[in-house]
Structures are given as C-alpha cells and as structure tokens.
Design a protein around this ligand. Structure first.
Ligand SMILES: Nc1ncnc2c1ncn2[C@@H]1O[C@H](COP(=O)(O)OP(=O)(O)O)[C@@H](O)[C@H]1O
Ligand SMILES: O=c1ccn([C@@H]2O[C@H](COP(=O)(O)OP(=O)(O)O)[C@@H](O)[C@H]2O)c(=O)[nH]1
Length: 223
C-alpha cells in the first residue's frame, strides 16, 4: 500500500518529541510493508520569515519562496531522522519527487512552487505515485462543519464528499502563509484523481495505523 503523509509544519513548533513520534510512525509503516512519502509544511518558522519580508515590502512570490525554503529545512529534519530508509535529498519539484520515488525509499518533500501550499505538493505526489491514501496530519482532529478554531461549536465530520469539503473550507486567503488545510490546487488534484484522503490530528501519530484502518477519530474523504 502506498501512502503520502502530509505533516503540518506546526509539528516542529512544539517540542522535539514530535519529530521522534513522526520518525517512529514512518518506520512503523515501512516495517509493515507500506511505501511512504512525506511532505512537511513550513510552520511558524515559515510564517516568521514571511511576516518579516512582508514588512519590507517583498512581493508574494518572494514570500512563498521563503515558505518553501523553510519547509525544505523541516523536510531535511525528517530525512536526517530516517537515515536507514530515507532518500537523502529533498525533491524540489514533482519531477524530482518522481525520480526519488523510483528508488523505493521514503521520500520527504517540502514546497515546490509559489501560489500553493504543501497540501498541494502532497496531492501532486499522491497523484504521481498512484498512492492508495493521502493523509493530511494537521492541528485539529479532522474536517469540521466550520473552522473549529473560530467556532467552538463546530462539529467534526467523520465522512465527507468532495462537494461538502469545498463548502466547509475557507479558501479566500491566497497570501503566502495563509493557505488553510487544503488549498485550491490541492482540492483540484484530489478531485481530478479521486484521491482517498484522511484528515487527522498530528498529535495522534502514535495511532496512525488505527487511523488508516478507520478505527480512530479522523475525517475520511470518500468517493
Ligand atoms: N472546515 C474546517 N475544518 C477543519 N479545520 C479548518 C476548517 N476550516 C478552516 N480550518 C483551519 O485550518 C487549520 C489547519 O490548516 P493550516 O493552519 O493550514 O494547517 P497545516 O499547518 O496543517 O497546513 C485548522 O487549524 C483550522 O483552524
Ligand atoms: O509548494 C509550496 C509549498 C509551500 N509554499 C509556501 O510555504 C508556506 C508554508 O507551507 P504550508 O503553509 O503548506 O505549511 P504548513 O501550513 O504545513 O505549516 C505556504 O504558506 C506558502 O507560502 C509555497 O509557496 N509553495
């Protein structure tokens, strides 16, 4: 089974145990015979650089590039935590990802190009590798009927169709650093290739196997 695991860059904004949990989760999947690709976001570090550069008037392309480079640093953290199983270069484009994937090792990517998020990178990687599953590991338990960090009464949706997913995601933000959960590019790729997606909380990585089997709280995008 081939899995692409998109991990929020926020995972590195907390304590270093998250990197160890991520490493162990990936090693566990590999030991069970899964092929695994990992995509890491830029987290607060990216947003710090983006805000600093925004203050000096940098354009959105430059801001996105700062986010991309930060996400690649995060990606190298994961590569270096997996020296036995990881492909030792972070691919910088889908072409490079495909080439790295052909070596049969765990491939870890950050950003690819301005105007999208690492969720788009993960969707492109899932499509290109014919992945069986795309897992989006974020800082909430799944997809809610509205933004749970704004609306405390938001309800978790356990199973969702693409039309409803588009309705509950606010994709009005397109500035660097503001793409929320699944950006328009990610949704477009997921929809055209009918990619099976699970949205989970990265604080539950130790339950990743149960989440893959649908035994743990998360959201499944079903076709
Ligand atoms: N319908 C929704 N369901 C869940 N989260 C949502 C929803 N709409 C907006 N969000 C927001 O998206 C955030 C996750 O997106 P983002 O901050 O980009 O995380 P990541 O670092 O995983 O890319 C959540 O913390 C939540 O505030
Ligand atoms: O292919 C990509 C990936 C990332 N980014 C930029 O890098 C930032 C950090 O990536 P992301 O938001 O996906 O990280 P996360 O939300 O997981 O921390 C994004 O907001 C974009 O500004 C980009 O321009 N192109």
């Amino acid at each position: 089974m081939k899995i692409i695991l998109k991990i929020s860059g926020k995972i590195f904004d907390e304590d270093s145990s998250r990197l160890i949990q991520l490493r162990d989760a990936v090693v566990n999947l590999v030991s069970k015979g899964y092929r695994v690709g990992v995509v890491i976001g830029g987290g607060q570090t990216a947003r710090r650089y983006i805000e600093l550069a925004r203050r000096i008037g940098s354009n959105e392309a430059y801001l996105d590039l700062l986010g991309i480079w930060t996400s690649r640093l995060n990606a190298y953290l994961v590569v270096f935590s997996l020296p036995e199983v990881a492909y030792m270069k972070v691919p910088e484009s889908l072409e490079e990802f495909i080439q790295a994937w052909s070596y049969g090792k765990v491939v870890v990517a950050g950003g690819f190009q301005p105007g999208q998020s690492t969720a788009a990178v993960a969707s492109l990687a899932a499509e290109a590798s014919n992945a069986d599953l795309l897992i989006i590991a974020t800082n909430v338990d799944g997809v809610y009927d509205s933004d749970p960090r704004i609306n405390p009464g938001a309800k978790l949706i356990r199973k969702i169709k693409i039309e409803d997913l588009k309705k509950v995601l606010n994709n009005s933000h397109v500035q660097a650093g503001t793409y929320e959960l699944l950006d328009p590019m990610a949704l477009k790729i997921i929809e055209r290739s009918k990619i099976r997606v699970i949205v989970m909380n990265y604080n539950k990585l130790e339950k990743l196997s149960d989440i893959i089997l649908g035994k743990e709280v998360s959201t499944l995008l079903e076709w």
